[in-house]
Design a protein around this ligand. Structure first.
Ligand code: HEM
Length: 509
């Protein structure tokens, strides 16, 4: 046989083996799944050909066409794995509100090398124990302490933007990213990386590289198998960034552990009160990591690293996107921005010193909060979440078989015109109490819902409102792109393809 014949023969054999495997192992699943409407399935690649038919920024538009064509439940095939997409709040509730269906789908494998088995990716007993352990670290009094950090970093951000002229068009996105990175490093690890003043900081660069490489790999199915990926230059680069990030977190954990031991020895010698708070970053405050180190369950160094890395990942990209989409929408709706500005000015005037917001002050920013919520409806930072079913689930019309992958389409629920009339319209009043009253509780789920909802949602809302209040107090924001031209892209989280292009006008002049 010549080489061509060998290749052809191998391919032919692979196709035969594939079909036999499918027939034997997937017969039941296939029969059940095929009752659900969806696009035509092609052997081996399933329905993934659709990913290649349209550019990345078209995917959401396409998803809406799917919705119209196939209805509120759609099945696709990721190669030979069936994926069912749910778009109805009542169906989504059946999965999210089910304490058994807590296993994440293979979509999360892309972040596993970085996050390991942290809270986002783990399942079963480990997830349950860690969730119980970590929940108190997001208590109100702890978040109240973090408020100082939110304010300090917001003030610095506003100062850094002072050199922008009224006519200059620039991308605000990286400035917000650096601000939220500074905040999460100090709140999660108790360290200052000063990303805003030093964007070339090694840790900042590694976080940005790793996010880019992860997204790139996700979009290239042929790079998914580890044995291929780590042989490519891209895979080798990824490994390097990963080891830098892990080394950094490991070092921080080691140092904080040593500090804790020294402190406990000093306390014993001085017979001082052990409830005395630690000194972190020059200020009396505890970081998430300190709270984990003090917990009654001894986490291993690896477990500590997984949880800290998870906070780092979940806790800055998501809020950055939320803040940027809010500014984008307010920058397109100057009338609403003026109302928000008036509300902010009043709250600042009534605050303790006229320039430092407290958590209580944030509670008074009602319109701003509705804007943030409406931005998270139109552009949810996490537009899709996935589960792998551990047993069959019966929906009204269809049965979802065990082992099946479920995609809960947050973005599409939020854009359903039956739930939100004129869904593309930015209308913060959708979140007035009388308008929320009659909506299904699972019709608005930017932070997911049920036992695996976002543990950091209060942190996120406080942080977003603080940063937005400071920016909008000092600057009038004009967005350059419109809702019609902006291209939301799914890159782990939903972000605008061209960043956040704006012009700023100082409110002082
Ligand atoms: C606007 C900001 C945020 C949004 C939209 C958001 C959204 C979400 C969503 C949708 C989930 C569920 C993921 C899933 O089921 O696969 C989630 C989980 C999670 N989020 Fe957030 N998040 C935000 C901010 C944060 C922040 C600031 C933190 C930490 C400081 C955080 C930490 C987590 C963690 C640890 C989980 C996993 C929880 C578990 O499975 O028990 N998030 N988030």
């Amino acid at each position: 046989m010549n080489l061509l014949q060998e290749v052809f023969f191998t391919f032919f054999l692979a196709v035969i083996v594939y079909f036999i495997f499918e027939w034997i192992t997937r017969d039941r699943v296939n029969k059940i799944i095929n009752k659900i409407p969806g696009p035509i399935r092609v052997p081996i690649i399933g329905t993934t050909y659709r990913l290649f038919l349209f550019p990345k920024e078209e995917l959401f538009k396409r998803a809406k066409v799917h919705l119209r064509n196939y209805g509120p439940i759609i099945r696709t095939w990721l190669g030979s794995t069936p994926v069912v997409h749910l778009l109805e709040p009542k169906d989504i509730e059946l999965i999210l509100n089910n304490s058994v269906q807590i296993t994440k789908s293979s979509m999360y494998d892309s972040v596993r090398p970085w996050l390991g088995d942290g809270l986002l990716t783990s399942t079963g007993k480990k997830w349950f124990t860690h969730r119980k352990l970590i929940t108190p670290t997001f208590h109100f009094t702890i978040l109240e302490n973090f408020m100082e950090i939110f304010v300090e970093k917001s003030k610095l951000l506003v100062t850094n933007l002072q050199n922008k002229t009224i006519t200059e068009v620039f991308d605000l996105y990286p400035h917000i990213t650096n601000c939220t990175l500074d905040i999460i490093c100090e709140t999660a690890m108790g360290i200052q990386i000063n990303a805003m003043s030093d964007p070339n900081n090694e840790y900042v660069k590694n976080v940005s590289h790793i996010t880019k490489e992860t997204v790139d790999r996700l979009m290239k199915p042929w790079l998914h198998p580890d044995f291929i990926y780590y042989k490519t230059n891209q895979g080798k680069r990824y490994k390097k960034y990963l080891s830098n990030l892990h080394d950094f977190t490991t070092k921080v954990i080691k140092e904080r552990k040593e500090k804790l031991i020294t402190k406990s020895k000093t306390d014993q010698t001085n017979e001082s009160n052990s409830s005395e708070p630690d000194v972190i970053g020059g200020k009396v405050r505890k970081a998430f990591l300190d709270l984990l180190l003090e917990s009654p369950i001894n986490l291993t160094d690896m477990e500590l690293r997984e949880e800290v890395d998870t906070f780092m990942f979940e806790g800055h990209d998501t809020t950055t996107a939320g803040i940027c989409w809010s500014l984008f929408l307010l920058g397109n709706h100057p009338d609403i921005q003026e109302e928000v500005f008036r509300e902010i000015t009043t709250v600042f005037e009534e605050s303790n010193d006229g320039e430092t917001l407290t958590i209580n002050d944030l509670g008074k920013l009602k319109l701003l909060e509705r804007c943030v919520k409406e931005a998270l409806r139109l552009f949810p930072s996490v537009p899709t979440i996935g589960r792998k079913l551990t047993n069959d689930v019966k929906l009204e019309k269809y049965l979802l078989p065990a082992e099946c992958t479920i995609n809960l389409q947050i973005f599409l629920v939020h854009h359903d015109e039956k739930i939100y009339p004129h869904p593309e319209k930015f209308d913060p009043d959708r979140f007035l109490p009388h308008n929320i009253k009659n909506r299904h509780p699972y019709a608005y789920i930017p932070f997911s819902a049920g036992p695996r909802n976002c543990i950091g949602q209060k942190f996120a809302m406080y942080e977003e409102k603080t940063i937005l209040a400071y920016i909008l107090k000092h600057y009038k924001v004009t967005a350059i792109e419109s809702q019609e031209t902006v291209k939301p892209m799914m890159e782990l989280i939903l972000r605008p393809k061209n960043g956040l292009l704006v012009k700023l006008e100082s409110r002082k002049s």
